[in-house]
Design a binder for this molecule. Structure first.
Ligand SMILES: [Zn+2]
Length: 104
């Protein structure tokens, strides 16, 4: 028997955790281990929202995991003060790079 709060193990027959005053459970819920995230790699810098919008639709279509670092919401066609850096998930980096090369 286990306490779901403090995770202490108790012998059979005990029903409540002495410390936490909560009912014991047969098994602790398994802690889900998230698979480690592959690191994102920097692919390219973009300076206009229009470009970013195009890139987004292409990457979305290709189901590529990405995000823009430093993206600001600005009006279309107004140059960004700082570039938005396109970050691609490591294992999809080559695929994304190819897509962008085809575009150019
Ligand atoms: Zn407890």
């Amino acid at each position: 028997m286990f306490c779901p709060e403090c995770k202490a193990e108790y012998v059979e027959g005990i029903k409540v955790c002495a410390d936490c005053d909560v009912p014991l459970v047969d098994k602790l819920p398994e802690e889900k281990e998230l698979p480690p995230k592959p690191p994102y790699k920097q692919l390219k810098a973009f300076f206009t929202s229009a470009e970013i919008a195009i890139i987004k639709s292409i990457l979305d279509d290709a189901k590529i995991d990405y995000y823009f670092r430093g993206e600001r919401f600005q009006t279309m066609h107004v140059p960004l003060v700082d570039p938005a850096i396109l970050m691609i998930r490591g294992d999809q980096f080559e695929a994304a790079k190819k897509l962008l090369e085809e575009l150019e």
